[in-house]
Design a protein around this ligand. Structure first.
Ligand code: NAG
Ligand code: NAG
Ligand code: NAG
Ligand code: NAG
Ligand code: NAG
Ligand code: NAG
Ligand code: NAG
Length: 527
């Protein structure tokens, strides 16, 4: 799975550059006299990385030694506008062609790409359309692969991922204008960002989805139309990737991404629907289980782990400890999160969310705002990356608080990428994409085991400083959970050293990344 290896390599490269830039920001004229040069720092990092003795670590865990676990800086060459030539013969494709030299604010040639709306079925009366932006691979990237990226929510736009996480155009918070992203995933593969489900971003039509299977059917329907126009992409090795974005509306919790596993499961169980070879999935910070096990139970331990950051008073800490004990959270992880697991994870009470008086997750969130307004996701983000990112909203506002047009709500941008001019683009939609709620169970209990078993590779990455979704455990390939412990410092990034842990069993790989928030891989990298 060289491709996933390359994804990691690009992540690793991004991390090492971020480290260097971070240091650079503090190195004024004075500082330069006393601080080592960038080259000296890098030499020390390389030296430090060697001390981790990567090979022995790998041997100790009996991992197959491949590039997946030892990421390298390969591919970290400078930005390049040159892309591989894909010629689409279907004349319809030309309607979607985006002129890479005339994308607003982008002052370099991004190269050709294709964007616009396509219906989710071939029915003549079909009113539901999804918006996509497709980029061919950059020079050196694989023409055999197609990666689909989607952000979560559900209802949050994947263009957020394109612009702030893994696309060729990078416009980060605090930047006056976009810059080339030299770690764009287009460096390794063709990329397709899709705004889904119906109701999200520029996508058109009235949401009718009742469950995740409906959402999966929409995306697969769209992909069929996409492959009809861009038929040269048929038969490619296909990878579903993406991450959770959560809209935080107090007391409104059902907005998690389950979509992922369900889309992959739908494709595996309907193998003739799509002319693509699904290889696997890559999920960043997903919700895969019950809220109570994935968020409530670990919350108080999370506070203790970052006690100095939360800075709660002792009265409140005692309240949390007492509540955790009363509600059956205390010691739960030690008792049940064992290697191998002793049995299925029981609910600590009666509710999959929280029993009355046991909603410590909310208690903590509310209390932390008193002590530390920086925890406010709409204000500035500091120590704990509680979630999200601001997407080109220059005034620091978020979601509905937006007061200036965001990039994708500008008329010139819509014109450039064939977006519907009369639409109002929002990073996460106000429209409920599940008008009657989402009837699907968490994927741990439904589709994920099947997806892992059928995939050549299934990867979950998790940011350890993510308070939105806290790391947790499922039964697949005949056994529950991981059978052996996750080794300390097992995620080694070449040139930096350990940045967390990685563990693989029975076709499922799990990464934990230190100091990284909810949208960690790119939006909030751990430096
Ligand atoms: C694309 O094709 C054109 C003309 O056929 C050629 O000049 C150019 O070098 C090609 N680019 C790449 C990246 O192969
Ligand atoms: C692409 O945009 C540039 C800059 O606006 C323009 O000069 C050029 O003619 C455009 N190319 C095509 C094929 O429309
Ligand atoms: C399209 O028409 C068919 C019947 O001809 C109907 O069943 C279907 O619901 C219609 N679809 C939409 C999106 O209006
Ligand atoms: C302790 O912290 C909690 C939550 O921030 C707050 O409600 C309470 O007033 C504080 N108590 C004292 C004694 O400061
Ligand atoms: C967060 O900050 C914004 C502006 O800085 C403010 O309007 C909002 O009320 C704050 N939210 C909370 C929950 O404190
Ligand atoms: C935008 O225009 C299209 C066609 O021109 C129409 O179908 C759609 O309903 C319009 N959307 C809004 C929000 O007005
Ligand atoms: C991993 O590190 C922790 C300290 O962070 C330590 O308590 C634990 O024993 C270590 N585990 C192993 C298997 O070395």
């Amino acid at each position: 799975m060289a491709l996933f290896g390359s994804l990691l390599a690009s992540l690793a490269a991004a991390l090492s550059i971020a480290l260097l830039c971070g240091l650079d920001a503090y190195s004024g004229v004075e500082a330069r006299r006393t601080f080592p040069t960038r080259d000296q720092i890098q030499a020390r990092q390389l030296e430090a990385a060697k001390r981790y003795n990567v090979n022995n670590l790998l041997k100790a865990q009996q991992f197959p030694k491949n590039e997946l676990f030892v990421a390298s800086n390969a591919g970290a060459s400078g930005p390049s506008a040159s892309v591989q030539n894909i010629t689409f013969k279907n004349p319809l494709a030309s309607h979607f062609w985006v002129n890479g030299t005339s994308i607003p604010f982008v002052d370099w040639d991004v190269g050709p790409s294709w964007a616009g709306l396509l219906p989710i079925s071939s029915a003549a009366n079909e009113t539901r359309k999804l918006f996509f932006w497709f980029f061919p691979p950059a020079e050196g990237g694989s023409l055999d692969d197609l990666i689909l990226w989607t952000n979560g929510g559900p209802g949050c736009s994947s263009l957020l991922g394109l612009l702030q996480e893994n696309g060729p155009i990078s416009w980060q918070h605090g930047q006056a204008k976009p810059t080339p992203n030299q770690y764009s995933w287009t460096k390794i593969s063709s990329m397709l960002w899709v705004e889904q489900p119906v109701g999200t971003g520029y996508s058109q039509g009235t949401p009718t989805a009742q469950n995740e299977e409906d959402v999966a059917a929409q995306l697969v329907g769209f992909l069929k139309q996409f492959l009809h126009v861009f038929s040269e992409l048929k038969g490619k090795k296909f990878y579903l990737t993406g991450e959770s974005v959560r809209i935080f509306t107090r007391r409104h919790y059902p907005m998690f991404t389950k979509t992922f596993g369900n889309i992959a499961d739908y494709i595996y169980t309907h193998p003739t629907l799509l002319d693509l070879e699904l290889q696997g999935i890559w999920m960043g910070d997903p919700v895969i289980g019950w809220f109570v096990t994935q968020e409530q139970i670990p919350a108080v331990d999370f506070v203790h782990k970052y006690e100095h950051v939360f800075a709660f008073n002792q009265t409140f800490l005692k309240y949390l400890d007492d509540t955790a004990l009363k509600c059956g959270y205390t010691g739960y992880q030690q008792k049940y999160a064992t290697y191998p697991p002793k049995g299925p994870l029981p609910l600590p009470g009666h509710d999959t969310f929280a029993d009355p008086g046991c909603d410590v997750w909310d208690d903590i969130f509310n209390a932390v705002l008193i002590v530390n307004p920086a925890f406010n996701c709409t204000g500035s983000l500091t120590s704990i990356r509680c979630y999200g990112t601001f997407l080109v909203s220059r005034d620091g506002s978020f979601f509905a608080l937006q007061t200036t047009p965001t990039y994708f709500d500008r008329l010139d941008v819509k014109q450039a990428i064939h977006a519907p001019l009369n639409s109002t683009w929002q990073i996460c939609t106000d429209i409920n994409v599940f008008p009657n709620g989402d009837a699907s169970l968490p994927p741990t209990f439904t589709v994920l085991p099947n997806v892992i078993e059928k995939s050549k590779k299934a990867i979950i990455m998790h940011g350890l400083a993510d308070y939105v979704l806290i790391a947790d455990g499922m039964t697949w390939a005949g056994k529950q959970g991981f059978q052996t412990p996750i080794a300390n410092d097992s995620f080694i990034v070449d040139g930096i050293g350990a940045l967390g842990t990685v563990h693989e069993e029975r076709g499922f790989t799990y990464y934990e990344v230190v100091l990284s928030g909810h949208m960690f891989v790119f939006a909030f990298i751990p430096i």
